[in-house]
Design a protein around this ligand. Structure first.
Ligand code: GDP
Length: 323
């Protein structure tokens, strides 16, 4: 108990070692750790909520870590304290990580006003999401006023980074018209700001053209509505150009939402997250339940061979799980 109190005090005093230990604690799935983590979060929660929460996504290679290095450095220079968290769904499936442990954000990580944490590798996406949301509480309680959450891919799962942040930035690259068709739909649903990265050297014009195409498509989709239309910008993370404009649009999106809008969005996110976590946990239990495991192979064969209809097999699984 005193441990937890000392840890909470350390976090509130923004001590780096306390922040690291606190995040390790909330990432742990051990039962005794979970109890301590809950106590810690109770102490920290009243001090959390104060950060601008931004999700940053895009395919591997689009330049996410270069961009975060540039944006984070810009923000620190502007007087902000910046926390960076990563959510890597690939670490759940493979144990490895696309976002990886390569020396990322080498400059930013040396700044005392920044704190960078790689993706937790908890067993399920729900576990990773839970750890990330709680790490965000730790960082906010420690006084970080900007939290950047980096992720790969968009929306394949019900638990997404978009559901944890106020503003979602989608990074993309110059593309041809055909490829644009492919990315548009997924983006439309979640992006608040879009930036075409690597707008430098020989690719600059192409990037501008892509941004124009995308912006045109978005205007059509949003025509006649009074909702926020995601702006499409270009930037070069490598040459650190356009970064301030991207940040400016993120802030404008927040202003568009207003304090009430942000509060409402966060409240709805909490509710959605609650159910997503429950479903994730139930799914996990179903997959690891011994009674289900006992009938799984037989039912699989029966369904594949046509001896048993799927509907009847599903009932048997649910009966086994209930038992
Ligand atoms: P991530 O996988 O999305 O995190 O991408 P990285 O930040 O690791 O970048 C992938 C590669 O693209 C690296 O070689 C970067 O140097 C390069 N890169 C990132 N941003 C830019 C940019 O704005 N312009 C150019 N030309 N290259 C970039």
């Amino acid at each position: 108990m005193t441990d937890v109190e000392a840890l909470a005090d350390g976090v509130l005093a923004a001590e780096r070692s306390a922040i690291s230990r606190a995040i390790t604690l909330v990432e742990s799935s051990r039962n005794d750790h979970r109890t301590a983590a809950r106590q810690l979060l109770e102490k920290l929660a009243p001090h959390a909520g104060g950060a601008v929460r931004v999700g940053i996504s895009g395919v591997p290679g689009v330049g996410k870590s270069t961009f975060i290095e540039a944006l984070g450095t810009y923000l620190v220079d502007e007087g902000h304290r910046v926390g960076v968290l990563a959510v890597d769904p690939s670490s759940v499936r493979t144990g490895g990580s696309v976002l990886g442990d390569k020396t990322r954000m080498a400059n930013l990580s040396t700044r005392s006003e920044a704190y960078i944490r790689p993706s937790p590798s908890a067993g399920t996406l729900g576990g990773v999401a839970r750890a990330t949301v709680q790490a965000m509480t730790v960082l906010e309680a420690a006084g970080f006023d900007v939290v950047l959450v980096e992720t790969v891919g968009v929306g394949q799962s019900e638990i997404t980074v978009a559901g944890m942040v106020d503003t979602f930035l989608f990074l993309t690259l110059a593309r041809t018209g055909d490829q644009l068709q492919g990315i548009k739909k997924g983006i439309l649903e979640i992006a608040d700001v879009i930036a075409v990265n690597k707008a430098d050297g020989s690719r600059e014009q192409e990037a501008e053209a892509t941004a124009k195409d995308l912006a045109g498509a978005l205007r059509l989709v949003y025509a006649g509505t009074s909702t926020w239309v995601p702006p499409v910008l270009t930037c070069s993370a490598l040459e650190r150009r356009g970064i301030d404009t991207v940040w400016n649009r993120i802030i404008r999106h927040r202003e568009f939402l207003g304090k009430r809008g942000v509060d409402e969005k966060r409240a709805q996110q909490q509710l959605d997250f609650m159910w997503a976590l429950v479903r994730d946990e139930l799914d996990h239990r179903l997959r690891t339940d011994a009674d289900v495991a006992a009938v799984r192979a037989e039912l699989r064969d029966d369904v594949l061979s046509g001896r048993l209809p799927a509907v009847a097999a599903a009932d048997r699984i649910l009966q086994a799980y209930d038992a």
